[in-house]
Design a protein around this ligand. Sequence first.
Ligand code: THU
Length: 122
Amino acid sequence: MSELVEKAEAVAVRAYAPYSRYEVGAVARMDDGREFEGVNVENAAYPLGVCAEKSALVAAVAAGYGPGRIAAIGITASPCGGCRQWLAEFRIPEVSFRREDGSIATYEAKALLPETWDFPDS
Ligand code: THU
């Protein structure tokens, strides 16, 4: 959904990315319309940084939402492999992001990670 990607672009200015200078934003919309924002937050110990999608999902879960309740997410850029696993975990039906060429891509989370590893009895 392009509206969520545009909202994510507005949120990205609040990213904390002093090392890469690559600012990412994400906005997750719940089934009741509530929205949670996320930005990437980097750290001087580089691997400890957190991606924008993950921080939006963490905020949603902290507010009581989980799999089946997250209707859509908009991201400023194509999600990394680790974030694709996170998006799949929450079974998000609509994941939209801005492509390099400026167009908007929309996929079901699972389509972004074919044959996704999942917990055996989940
Ligand atoms: N980043 C995200 O926030 N989401 C992604 O899916 C890809 C990468 C962040 C991590 C790091 O702070 C910066 O972008 C450069 O990799």
